[in-house]
Design a protein. Structure first.
Length: 434
């Protein structure tokens, strides 16, 4: 599959005026990782298309290799693929159902192999998940849901070990989630696909990426009803088949370019963006003064003049996603008026605010709330990416800050963006990886 090129660990950004042009968001990180895990449910050759070239995909590929699978990119003309974004996963008849610490600690999404391991092998050993540094994310809901399907767990020495009764198949269950977790819903969907009987997941996550996973499972021979709603039913089957599937576009990457147009002004088209996947975000952008229109060629965003302040609350889909919030806070930092931002989903996701303050933003945080008083301008400064989306937001801030902005620890951004600097440059921005 190859490795990503070594890059200097910082972005250097200077203002360059309004943006113009067309970009592609590419395949969704939060879908591709789960689809890769789902491939473990069936022996054989899977082909995933439109898979982004990002660090998290490389990490998940290594997780799959640790199980005995092979993972490689196809070049144009290679057998079974005509797109350099195609990813081929060859899954063996016998898996090693273990995800080691050195891989899982790099990315919390690795925990989604837990469901496929248990469904396929009747046992699993997975390191406790790591990932972004913005607060603890317990896996209790994963264990509780899978426990309802007949799995017994032990958590010790940094690992979760689970086994079904007698190593046999999981059993269908009625599961009510206390919170509509995207990752928990994914894990349970995959586990239920090979379980004996019917599994019902109430208060399920409704994200487009959950629907994408369900679509791939159906193409593998699973029976899934209600994906995209709060009640999902899965009838287990004895065996699944390998699949060919195209990853849906990344709505968070698309939102990044829409926010860039709102901040810097100009006219930007995100060719593969889908307005129906970000309805509430688009409503907020429009309220701030960004013109957002769905066109045959994609989602177009244009802006001129100063933005208006709005209030923002993060909520489960279809509400404003927590991943969108750093972009909105950055926009509010320059908007006319005062906006109140409330984080309802995760603790610790205002850590990047100190970096925006270094650039002259007027933001006060208290608990789950931030009060953002818009200022006329930001000033370039050395700042640090604290996580994936915060790093991208700081790059956007640099597009409109006087002087030079240097965003350190840019490796966080590589986890979810395929050449963010290059795509912004294609729109006329002055961004480079040193």
């Amino acid at each position: 599959m190859g490795t990503l090129p070594v890059r200097a660990d910082r972005f250097v950004v200077r203002p360059s005026g309004p943006l113009s042009g067309t970009v592609h968001a590419g395949g969704a990180k939060n879908s591709a990782l789960k689809l890769m895990a789902a491939s473990l449910l069936a022996e054989g050759r899977h082909v995933l298309r439109n898979v982004p070239r990002i660090t998290d995909v490389e990490i998940m590929a290594d997780v799959l290799r640790a199980t005995g699978a092979t993972v490689q990119r196809l070049a144009p003309g290679d057998r079974g693929g005509d797109d350099p974004g195609d990813l081929v996963i060859e899954v063996p008849a016998t898996l090693v159902p273990e995800a080691p610490y050195e891989l899982v600690e790099k990315m919390r999404a690795s925990v989604v192999v837990l469901g496929p391991f248990l469904a396929r092998c009747g046992r699993a050993r997975v390191s406790m998940p790591g990932g972004d540094d913005f607060g603890h994310r317990p896996i209790d809901m994963h264990l509780s849901g899978l426990g309802s399907m007949g799995v017994t767990f032990e958590v010790a020495h940094g690992y979760v070990e689970g086994a079904s009764a007698g190593g046999g198949p999981l059993v269908g269950a009625h599961i009510v989630l206390e919170y509509p977790s995207h990752t928990v819903t994914d894990n349970l969907l995959m586990a239920a696909a090979l379980a004996k009987g019917t599994t019902v997941i109430e208060n399920a996550a409704r994200e487009p990426e959950v629907q994408d996973l369900a679509a791939m499972l159906v193409s593998m021979g699973a029976t899934v009803r209600g994906a995209g709603t709060s009640r999902v039913e899965v009838e287990g089957v004895e065996m699944l088949q390998p699949a060919r599937h195209r990853v849906l576009p990344d709505r968070v990457v698309a939102a990044t370019f829409l926010a860039a147009a709102g901040l810097a002004g100009g006219d930007v088209v995100v060719a593969d963006a889908r307005v129906e996947h970000m309805t509430m975000l688009v409503a907020k952008l429009r309220a701030m003064g960004v013109v957002v229109e769905q066109e045959p060629g994609g989602l177009r965003a244009s802006a001129s003049g100063r933005l208006r302040s709005v209030d923002v609350s993060t909520l489960p889909y279809p509400g404003v996603a927590t991943d969108f919030k750093p972009f909105l806070v950055t926009m509010l930092a320059l908007a006319d008026g005062v906006g109140i931002v409330t984080e309802n989903l995760f603790s610790g996701r205002f850590r990047y605010v100190d970096e925006l303050r270094r650039m002259g933003a007027d933001i006060r945080t208290e608990g789950h709330h931030a009060v953002v008083r818009g200022v006329p301008r930001l000033s370039g400064a050395p700042v640090r990416a604290t996580d994936l989306r915060a790093g991208a937001a700081l790059v956007l801030a640099g597009l409109v800050a006087e002087g030079e902005t240097v965003v350190a620890e840019a490796r966080h951004v590589d986890r979810g963006y395929d050449d963010l600097a290059g795509k912004l440059v294609s729109l006329g921005a002055d961004v480079r990886r040193c």
